[in-house]
Design a protein around this ligand. Structure first.
Ligand code: PHE
Length: 348
């Protein structure tokens, strides 16, 4: 259609385009709108682009030159105006964002509540670290255990009076909830040959409940077997452990005791952490607190596990994790660990 416009008409259509463009730009509200306007005039099928194509249809060279000049003028105006408008729109948008995204730094902060490990798990981790640093490996075993592993293979036959030491939950005649971690000793010896140097942490169960007993609690078992292991190895390892756990200045003593699966057996005491050995209610005025049971592995236990007792010797020990935690942090009631009162738990 441009083909048929006279040069005069072409000139005046340029002025129309310019006027229309100015009012369009005036009304552009945002960058997207401005982009549309840009396309409308200078795009491939834009109004100004069409006029540029019409340039070749002018035959008079003077008119052609004149029209070309005017075309350039309008093109520059359009480009410059769009650039300017774009700048001011960007400014405006930035200002609006600064206003709406303003942060009131005087508002009180929102604090994040961090969870933490349960004190029993923390202490368990500490105990494991100490033994791992001495070269012990970590083993575990089932909590629902055969009577055989919990008792028989530890030299505690059915009619043995030592069964009274532990109030057992029976699942059936030959299945129990393990009353201690000692059955792991037997399970490990059955599947591996000496030398052995392991600890076995885990849950144990006894039908008992008062300020120092819960039906479920945690123990850490220890077992070392090799040729030529003696009672002095047991003393050395346990003293090192107690000094790392309670501090170097803690007094330690070994007191003769009895367990069917160790011979000789010893109870390990530490100087009372409450009265520093002077004698108080907690240590029953003795100045000492019992912390773990131990002894040299009874040759009968080796025989039942298939080890030659003439060739191998070893020591074993077992401690209560709740008890260790209570002594370390001077807690006087074991039930606090399982009441889930966050005011208590947060202190660790
Ligand atoms: N299993 C014993 C208990 O629960 C502790 C113990 C373990 C004693 C290993 C000696 C050797 O009381």
């Amino acid at each position: 259609m441009d083909e048929r416009l006279s040069p005069d008409q072409l000139f005046s259509s340029l002025s129309q385009i310019e006027t229309e463009f100015r009012s369009d730009v005036e009304g552009a509200a945002d960058l997207a709108g401005l982009q549309q306007i840009k396309t409308k005039y200078t795009g491939k099928k834009g109004l100004l682009t069409a006029r540029m194509k019409a340039l070749s249809s002018i035959t008079d060279p003077a008119q052609k030159k004149e029209f070309g000049k005017r075309l350039n003028e309008v093109k520059n105006i359009i480009e410059e105006t769009i650039k300017g408008k774009e700048l001011s729109l960007r400014e405006g948008e930035k200002e609006r964002r600064l206003l709406t995204e303003k942060i009131d730094v005087t508002l009180p902060g929102k604090s994040t509540q961090f969870g933490r490990r349960h004190p029993i798990n923390q202490v368990l981790g500490e105990i494991k670290d100490i033994f791992v640093s001495m070269g012990f490996g970590i083993e575990d075993g089932p909590e629902v255990e055969l009577d055989h592993y919990n008792f028989e293979a530890l030299n505690i036959p059915k009619d043995h009076p030592a069964r009274d030491m532990q109030d057992t939950f029976y699942v059936s005649d030959d299945v129990v909830l393990r009353t201690h971690t000692s059955p792991v000793q037997v399970r490990v010896m059955e599947k591996r040959q000496p030398p052995l140097k392991i600890i076995a942490p885990g849950k144990v169960y006894r039908c008992d409940a008062d300020v120092s007993h819960t039906a479920m609690f945690h123990q850490v078992e220890g077992l070392m077997v090799d040729t030529g292991i003696s009672f002095s190895d047991l003393k050395g390892v346990l003293e090192l452990f107690i000094h790392s756990f309670f501090g170097k200045e803690t007094p330690v003593r070994f007191r003769p005791s009895y367990f069917p699966f160790t011979e000789p057996s010893a109870e390990v005491d530490i100087g009372c952490v409450f009265c520093k050995g002077k004698g108080c209610r907690v240590c029953k005025t003795t100045g000492w607190l019992e912390v773990l049971g131990s002894g040299l592995v009874n040759p009968r236990v080796f025989e039942m596990a298939g080890y030659d007792p003439d060739k191998y010797s070893g020591f074993a020990f077992g401690m209560g994790v709740e008890r260790m935690t209570m002594l370390k942090y001077a807690i006087d009631d074991i039930r606090l660990f399982y009441e889930n009162d966050v005011r208590f738990l947060r202190q660790f």
